[in-house]
Design a protein around this ligand. Structure first.
Ligand code: PHB
Length: 391
C-alpha cells in the first residue's frame, strides 16, 4: 500500500486530519487498533469550542451537531453554596461552546470520511513507525494476522497517549513534562431531566463536582474522587448523595436524580511532549499532550493541531514550501501550553487537594471570587473557555 500521509489513530486528531487533507487534495490512510464500534461508543467529554463548530460546518458535518448539540452561552461556577453565572458570550463578543459528545463527533467524521471513499482500517494490531528520519517513512502493522506496510511521504501519530507515535521520537531528543493530580473524576450518565440550563463547576465541602448534559433526557455528571478507588465502592445512592452535597444551594434548587446507566473513574494528568515532530513524523492530539478534563480542552486541542498540520502539508504538497512543516511543533506548542495552563488553573481552582496547605486552598477561593468581582478575570476565563484565537 502507498499513500501521501499515513495516519495511526482514528480519534478526533486522525479523523479531522484526513478530512482536512482530502479537502486540500491530499491522500491519506488511517489505521486504528480498536473496532469501529469501540471508537464510536467510548464515552468522553463533550464540549466543542466555537471555532470547532464552525470547522465542522465548513466540512459539511454540521447538520446533526446543530440539531442534537446544545449551544451554551455561559457557565456557572459554585462555591460556598452560591452560584455565579459567567456570561461567556457577553465577555467574548458573542462566542459560546456547543455541548455535543465526542463519540457523536467521531460517528459523523467516520461516516463522512468513508462516504468520500477514504480508507480507515479498523482492528489492526502492532502498528509501528519505520524510517521516520528518512525520505521514505512507512507504517507497519498486521491485519487479520498478516503483516502489511503502508509506504508514505509523511506519517502522523494521532495514536493517543499510549500509542507508538511518541516513542518513535528518540528519547534523547524528547522532553516530557508531566503533572499527575492526586484526584480523579467519577463520571456518570443518568436518565434524568435537565436540572440547570448551564454547566455547573463547583468546589464545595468534599471538593469538585460538574453538572453537564448530553440531551434533555440524559445528563452527564462528575465528582472528584480518589483516582485509585474502585468503582464498586460507589453505589448509586452514594454517588447521588455526594452530587446532592456538592451541588447543593440554599435557594430551594433541586437536583433531579434518575437511573445511572454508565459509571467509571478516570485519573487526571497534565502532560506535554516537546517537540511534536521528528523527521517526517508528526504527533497530534493526546500522543503529544494530555490535559485534565476541567475545561474540556482535549478534543479541541487535537483539532487545533491537525488544522495547523493540514495547512503545513498543503503548503508542502501544493506549493513545495517546507517552512510551515518545519515550524509545526513550535506553532502547536504555543497553543498547547496555554491550554495546559488553563486546564491546570481550572483544575487546581476547583478541586480540594489534601496535599496542599490551607493557604493554597484559600488562594483557590480567592481565584474563584476574582472571576465574580473582576471583569478582566472573568473575560480571561471566558476567552480560554471558548478557545483562544490562532496566532
Ligand atoms: C462533559 O460533558 O463530559 C464535560 C463537560 C465539561 C467539562 C468536562 C467534561 O469541562
Amino acid at each position: 500500500m502507498r499513500t501521501q500521509v499515513g495516519i495511526v489513530g482514528a480519534g478526533p486528531a486522525g479523523l479531522f486530519l484526513s478530512l482536512l487533507l482530502h479537502r486540500a487534495g491530499i491522500e491519506s490512510i488511517i489505521i486504528e487498533s480498536r473496532s469501529r464500534r469501540d471508537v464510536e461508543e467510548t464515552v468522553r467529554a463533550g464540549v466543542l469550542e466555537h471555532w470547532v463548530v464552525e470547522l465542522m460546518q465548513e466540512l459539511g458535518l454540521g447538520e446533526r451537531m446543530l440539531r442534537e448539540g446544545h449551544f451554551h452561552s455561559g457557565i456557572t461556577l459554585q462555591w460556598n453554596r452560591e452560584r455565579h453565572h459567567v456570561d461567556i458570550q457577553g465577555l467574548t463578543g458573542g462566542k459560546g461552546v456547543t455541548v455535543y459528545p465526542q463519540h457523536e463527533v467521531l460517528k459523523d467524521l467516520i461516516a463522512a470520511r468513508l462516504a468520500q471513499g477514504g480508507e480507515i482500517l479498523f482492528g489492526v494490531s502492532g502498528a509501528a513507525f519505520r524510517d521516520v528520519d528518512t525520505d521514505h517513512p512507512s507504517i507497519a502493522f498486521s491485519r487479520d494476522g498478516a503483516p502489511e506496510v503502508i509506504a508514505c511521504d509523511y506519517v502522523v501519530g494521532a495514536d493517543g497517549f499510549h500509542g507508538p507515535g511518541r516513542q518513535a521520537i528518540p528519547a534523547s531528543l524528547r522532553t516530557e513534562y508531566q503533572k499527575i493530580y492526586p484526584f480523579g473524576w467519577l463520571g456518570i450518565l443518568t436518565n434524568a431531566k435537565l436540572s440547570w440550563p448551564e454547566l455547573i463547576y463547583t468546589n464545595q465541602q468534599d471538593g469538585f463536582a460538574l453538572l453537564s448534559t448530553r440531551s434533555p433526557e440524559v445528563q452527564r455528571m462528575y465528582i472528584q474522587c480518589d483516582p485509585a478507588d474502585d468503582i464498586a465502592n460507589w453505589s448509586d445512592a452514594r454517588i447521588w448523595d455526594q452530587l446532592q452535597i456538592r451541588l447543593g444551594t440554599d435557594d430551594g434548587w433541586t437536583l433531579t436524580e434518575g437511573p445511572i446507566f454508565q459509571k467509571g473513574i478516570i485519573p487526571l494528568r497534565s502532560f506535554v511532549c516537546e517537540p511534536m515532530q521528528y523527521g517526517r513524523l508528526f504527533l497530534a492530539g493526546d500522543s503529544a499532550h494530555i490535559v485534565p478534563p476541567t475545561g474540556a480542552k482535549g478534543l479541541n486541542l487535537a483539532v487545533a493541531d491537525v488544522l495547523v498540520l493540514s495547512r503545513a502539508m498543503e503548503a508542502q504538497f501544493r506549493h513545495n514550501r517546507r517552512d510551515l512543516l518545519d515550524r509545526y511543533s513550535a506553532a502547536c506548542l504555543r497553543r498547547v501550553w496555554k491550554a495546559e495552563r488553563f486546564s491546570w488553573y481550572m483544575t487546581t481552582m476547583l478541586h480540594k487537594n489534601l496535599h496542599e496547605t490551607d493557604f493554597e486552598q484559600r488562594i483557590h477561593f480567592a481565584d474563584l471570587d476574582l472571576v465574580r468581582t473582576s471583569e478582566a478575570s472573568a473575560r480571561s476565563l471566558a476567552e480560554n473557555y471558548v478557545g483562544l484565537p490562532f496566532d
